[in-house]
Design a protein around this ligand. Sequence first.
Ligand SMILES: CC(C)(COP(=O)(O)OP(=O)(O)OC[C@H]1O[C@@H](n2cnc3c(N)ncnc32)[C@H](O)[C@@H]1OP(=O)(O)O)[C@@H](O)C(=O)NCCC(=O)NCCS
Length: 183
Amino acid sequence: MNTLDLEIQSLTHKHLSALLQLDQACFGGLWTLDAYERELDSPNTFLLGSINPNSLDLSGMGCFWSILDEAHITILAVHPQYQNQGLGQALLFSLLKTAYEQGLERATLEVRPSNVGAITLYQKFGFKTAGRRRRYYKDNDEDALILWLGDIQTPQFNRTLDVWLDTIKTRLYKSGWNLTFPK
Ligand SMILES: CC(C)(COP(=O)(O)OP(=O)(O)OC[C@H]1O[C@@H](n2cnc3c(N)ncnc32)[C@H](O)[C@@H]1OP(=O)(O)O)[C@@H](O)C(=O)NCCC(=O)NCCS
């Protein structure tokens, strides 16, 4: 089977215009150029992308802020053209792996109750609903669900990451992607 290489990389300023295009395609303009520049400059931000190393096409991104011992996931997005191929779970895996490597204890995020696809994805990785922020999203006054994943800093979680990686690679391969991590 012919596959395309896919790398999960830490993003840098050279990816700024690709980030803005992806943001536009996924959210219609959630963060500005300034906002992405601030994220890239912040030592507490981890911004990862899924990239075809040959075409340099940025197909997805994931971001978390390291706050005390918590990973606050602020963005997870896959370009509509590449959704349902396993990229979202590869990015979420990479965020959680990075959080583990950074010594963080738990991860959290907010999600719209109407975003069933994203919620299903987070639940697959063990996230549980812990509360609700009323009228959190200003565009339509929708509440936010607050999801948490605990016990990241355990040998058990490290083993779980290994199991997930195998599953994720297999799923991506079926969609024509060969996942690698740059050294
Ligand atoms: C949410 C998002 C990142 C998922 O990315 P993706 O690459 O399509 O997801 P994957 O292909 O890796 O799917 C992984 C799993 O998530 C779940 N899932 C993903 N999309 C789904 C959908 N539309 N409906 C139901 N389950 C879905 C499934 O369990 C899927 O596994 P399966 O295909 O083996 O059943 C993507 O849909 C997206 O970018 N949406 C717009 C931005 C957004 O809403 N981000 C989340 C903000 S909190």
